[in-house]
Design a binder for this molecule. Structure first.
Ligand SMILES: [Zn+2]
Ligand SMILES: [Zn+2]
Length: 351
């Protein structure tokens, strides 16, 4: 069913050749048979958006609408879509199956796709009034969950949530989290829910260390302080960490995280950079049975589990919505993220 969608809408467009962003009037997308058009309620500004603007993530198209952390209400559904009706509250997973890889061809679902297409990079995102997405990329949001918090779930909370699974984190394991921005702060909160103990947050900025303490960290440390490895050893009773989550991804943070792992410790790399990492003496790595694992993204199931946790009050994301700006003020939102103005967890745009 396609209801009365307007002909045109406002959308932010990124022009890759010039590197410029502008608010433009564009046609409202129509749903294909298996697609849904969502009226966007809120959409986050993420570091990976900045990476595309700066060319660190190569642009695939001359122009595209950014924004991959969005919530909204269903505005129109394609002819083959059975599960969704107009007005349903949803969070949008930022990916669609490629339809061509071995998994897709042999009937795998979106979580198994080997060449997942990411919203705002491979197709238009949600810094716009409307966005079109496959019907299978939506998760239902109960009335009690504010739309702004639902938007934060997509990526900013679900990526660290997925990282817990990548780490195979178990109750009472010691955890260190490097980088206490949006991803790292949520990792601290989620590790707390998962029963990790103790939880150590590491960041050079005193203000965000304070915030991490209030959201579930047992200890916080400045990674640049000379005695930090010694302090981690002390806190963990001489054993070293079981799990180190690096949400920064710099060679220096990976080296420090890897260096303070205890026996059978796992370092999970969540942050992304172009730097070359080193893991120290090979014999030590093998002898202590260390593991270093890369983590990216999340599964549909993760989003749905997070909606459950938020709707039951288990996960409090009220501190995660740092600001909500009108779509037209996207430049100001980008500035706050770039300049760490107020150390935002998430700045959201509201069309
Ligand atoms: Zn993101
Ligand atoms: Zn595929």
């Amino acid at each position: 069913m396609t209801t009365e969608l307007p002909e045109t809408m406002r959308a932010v467009r990124f022009h890759s050749e010039t590197g410029k962003l502008s608010l433009e009037t564009v046609p409202v997308p129509r749903p294909g048979p298996s697609e849904v058009v969502v009226k966007v309620a809120a959409c986050g500004i993420c570091h990976s958006d900045l990476s595309q603007f700066d060319g660190h993530i190569p642009a695939r198209f001359p122009e595209i609408t950014p924004g991959h952390e969005a919530s909204g209400t269903v505005a129109a559904v394609g002819s083959d879509v059975r599960h969704w009706t107009v007005g349903d509250r949803v969070v949008i997973a930022a990916g669609r199956a490629c339809g061509r890889c071995r998994s897709c061809v042999f009937g795998g679902n979106i979580d198994d796709c080997e060449a997942l297409e990411v919203m705002a990079f491979a197709y238009d995102g949600a810094w716009a009034e409307y966005v079109v997405t496959p019907g299978v990329s939506l998760i239902s949001v109960p009335d009690g969950v504010p739309m702004e918090q639902a938007a934060v779930l997509a990526d900013a909370v679900s990526t660290p949530y997925g990282a817990l699974e990548t780490a195979d984190l178990r109750v009472a394991e010691s955890v260190g989290v490097w980088g206490l921005g949006g991803i790292g702060t949520h990792l601290v909160q989620l590790a707390r829910i998962a029963g990790a103990s103790p939880i150590i947050g590491l960041d050079p900025v005193a203000e965000v260390r304070e915030r991490a303490l209030s959201l579930g960290a047992d200890f916080t440390l400045d990674p640049l302080a000379e005695d930090t490895p010694e302090r981690i050893k002390e806190i963990t009773g001489g054993r070293g960490l079981r799990v180190a989550f690096d949400c920064v991804g710099r060679a220096s943070t990976v080296a420090q995280a890897n260096g303070v792992l205890g026996a059978r410790g796992r370092a999970v790399l969540v942050g992304i950079s172009g730097e070359t990492i080193e893991l120290g003496r090979e014999g030590t790595f093998v002898g202590r049975r260390h593991a270093v694992i890369g983590h990216l993204g999340y599964k549909m199931r993760h989003l749905s589990e997070l909606v459950e946790l938020v709707s039951r009050g288990r996960l409090d994301l009220s501190a995660s919505v740092s600001a909500v700006l009108p779509l037209a003020e996207f430049e100001e939102g980008i500035r706050r993220l770039r300049e760490h103005d107020g150390h935002p967890i998430r700045v959201l745009l509201k069309p």
